[in-house]
Structure formats: C-alpha cells, structure tokens
Design a protein around this ligand. Structure first.
Ligand SMILES: [Zn+2]
Length: 416
C-alpha cells in the first residue's frame, strides 16, 4: 500500500491560513498586498520542511519543485490570492492540497519520485485590483496582452507595472516565465465548484471537462423618441420593446443549446426619461458553452432573434463584440483518470464544465494536457465570506486529488 496523504492536516492548515488572512468581512489575500506577501512567507515555511527547490518566476508565480527520475513534470496548481472580502477556500485549497501531495510523494519515493512534481502558486489569479484575471498564468502561457496590461490602473491610479515593481517584478519581462512550462507533461488543478451543480446532485466531487468559451456582446436597438402622451401605441418605434423581447428569448436559446448559459447583464435606455418612448436601448449579452459549434449557434440564434424583433417593432439593431474566448476542453485521458480517482474515493462522479475561467484554462491553452477536479460548494457561492465546503468533502477531495496525482505520475511515465 502506498502512503496516504493526511487530509485533516490540509483542513487544519486552511484554518490556520484563515486565522491570519481574514477579518470579519472575509479573506483579504489580495495579490501583491502585505497580507498576500505574508501568505507566501507562510507557504514558504511549510515548503522548507520538504526536499523541494522553491523559486519565484519572472511573473511572480511561486514554484516548488520536487526533482524526480525524469525531468518531465507533473504540475499541480492553485492560487493563494483572493478577492477582497473573499472566501476561505477559493484557490488556497488547491495549493494546500498540492502541498500535502508533495509530502506524500516525497515520503513514498524517498524524495525522488519517478517524474518531477511541481507545485505552482499563480500570481494574481483573481485580478481584483486591476480587473484582469489570470495574470500569472496568462504571462506563463504567453497569452497575456502586454499592451493592454501595461495600461491597467487600480482605483488609486497606480499602474500594473508600477505595482509589480514594488514586489520586485519587471513587467516587461513577465513572459519569460513561459520557460517554466518547458518540461510540463500534465497539469492538475483542484478547485471549489463555485456553483450549485454538485450541491443539487448531492455529490461531493466532479471531474471537469473544460472551461466554457465566452461570447460577450453589446446589442443596441435604435428607435425613435416620441412624447409618451401624444404618440398612439401603434405609431411607436420603441427600442425598449424590441430589447425586452430578447429576455425570454435567451432562455429559450440556452435551453435548446444543451448545457449553455446566456445572460443579459445590463440594460440602459436613452433618453431615459419617464415621458418619452425609448429611442435607444443597449443591452449586454454574455453567452457561454463548452462546445465551440454550440456556442457559435447560440450567438447566431441571438443575432437572428434581435433582427426579427427589430423588424417587428420597426427599429434597427446593431451589435458590438465586447470580448470572446474559445472553449478550453481538458485532456480526455486525464479526465478519465480524474473520473476514476473520484469513483475510487467516493463511489460517484459527475462530469461538468466550468463556467468560471481558471488558471487551468491558460495552461491548457499552452498545450499542456490538463484536467481539473471540483469539490462541492455549500450555498453554491464563492467570492464571499459565506463560501464554504463541508469538512468531510474537503478531506475527500484531498484523497481523490492525491489519487489523481499518483495516476498522473504513472500516466506520464507510460507516455515517455
Ligand atoms: Zn479560484
């Protein structure tokens, strides 16, 4: 029998972390702040007890490397940073479970596993201060848009390059962190689900199929302003009426798509006064799906519907793309191993896509075989101090994630 990890220690360490990084509003481990630096010092002290090499890369990601017989590396990732007033598990559960796996591997293989195993704490996953998520992992994957990131400022007007300088990071060199992926053979990430799917199914753990692709658009209907008293109902060119018809329609589009989601998150009107028919109505549409073809179909259906409603109401419609990202499906064989690990640990598994983006999406985009495991979130809520997961589920996820790491080590050896 191989040695097992000690999941109770992981739960105790999560509580230890919470005790010095949270206040009565929640976790305060915002990237590049003194609390985040203290979090990293604490993590470094834990890592110092293991036969690992620790260094920080050009983008501020912290790496702990347990050298193995082969240079090919299994990478386990997470992020110690949180949003302001955040939860106690988001990101740090992944890192602390990874720490426990490093301990188990180092005991089992006398400090030298068959392949190299690395734990990474990605810098500024949340993007809470500069509004740009996945900073460290997108620098490492090469996807970070330097021109865009260079201009980002926080609420105090401090630029991202200036803020990075205070923690010893040279913005112009952050993409040099890409060398860290040179020998990457597989990437694993554990995360709280942050949604209610596993909770509603009453299952502790899920194998993640990939992260959703996103289409984000502004849709503007152009009608005509007219007096609310003197304009008969049949003479109106009401931009709001056309936009409003989109609301039930996107629910039908999402329903037909088989697994996609659509959201109208904002609606603004001009002239926006109580005595005028709406001349211009702008809504935003966010559509997400794991399947690129189905995502494209959802978008096409929304466009067709908007044109139909515009024609019906004698108004005009225009579209503007705000942002998009392709779906990032995870690696089939690693998904199968994740599934197996969960079955062996708790009997039942549910495969599900991830709505939120994670660092894993960046690593997958860089071409590294990737998979994530989700553990149930109580209330289906995160980025909030009420974020929570049952302790028995936290322990189960450490066991299942450790089993996955062991299977992934063997998978890498087989592929060499
Ligand atoms: Zn996270």
């Amino acid at each position: 029998m191989r040695p097992l990890p000690n999941p109770k220690r992981t739960v105790a360490e999560l509580k230890e972390l919470r005790a010095f990084t949270a206040d009565d509003k929640g976790a305060q481990r915002v990237a590049f702040t003194p609390t985040w630096m203290a979090t990293r010092d604490w993590l470094r002290r834990k890592l110092a007890e293991l036969p690992v090499e620790v260094h920080t890369d050009a983008a501020g990601n912290l790496w702990a490397t347990l050298r193995g017989e082969s240079e090919r590396a299994l990478i386990i990732g997470g992020h110690m940073d949180s949003v302001p007033n955040g939860g106690w598990l988001d990101g740090c559960l992944n890192v602390l479970a990874g720490l426990e796996i490093l301990r188990r591997l180092s005991t089992q293989y006398n400090g030298r596993p068959p392949v190299t195993v690395r734990l990474v704490d990605w810098a500024d996953e949340e993007g809470a201060r500069f509004g740009k998520s996945l900073f460290g992992s997108s620098a490492c994957s090469g996807n970070l848009d330097l021109n865009e990131a260079r201009g980002l400022k926080d609420k105090q007007g401090i630029s991202l390059p200036e803020a990075l300088k205070t923690v010893g990071i040279d913005f112009e060199r952050v993409k040099e962190s890409g060398v860290e992926l040179n020998n990457a053979a597989a990437y694993l990430e554990l995360h709280i689900e942050q949604g209610p799917v596993l909770l509603d199914l009453d299952l502790p753990l899920g194998a993640v199929l990939g992260t959703f692709g996103v289409e984000r658009h502004a849709i503007t209907f152009h009608g005509q302003a007219a007096h609310s008293g003197s304009t008969p109902m049949n003479r109106r060119r009401d931009a709001f009426l056309a936009a409003a018809k989109m609301s039930p329609e996107i629910y039908r589009i999402a329903e037909r798509s088989g697994g996609g989601v659509c959201t109208i998150g904002s609606c603004t009107t001009q002239p926006g006064i109580v005595t005028s028919v709406v001349e211009e109505c702008r809504i935003t549409l966010d559509q997400r799906h794991l399947d690129p073809a189905k995502l494209a179909r959802m978008l096409a259906e929304a466009k067709a519907a908007s044109e139909h409603f515009a024609k019906e109401g004698n108004v005009r419609v225009s579209w503007e793309r705000l942002w998009q990202i392709a779906p990032r499906p995870f690696h089939d064989e690693l998904i199968a191993l994740c599934d197996e690990s969960i079955r062996e640990t708790c009997g039942k598994v549910h495969p599900l896509p991830s709505g939120p983006l994670h660092d894993a999406a960046e690593v997958a985009a860089a071409g590294v075989p990737t998979v994530m495991m989700f553990v149930q979130s109580l209330h289906g809520i995160s980025h909030n101090k009420i974020e929570d997961t049952k302790e028995e589920h936290l322990e189960l996820c450490v066991m299942a994630f450790d089993a996955l790491a062991e299977k992934a080590v063997k998978w890498i050896v087989r592929r060499e």
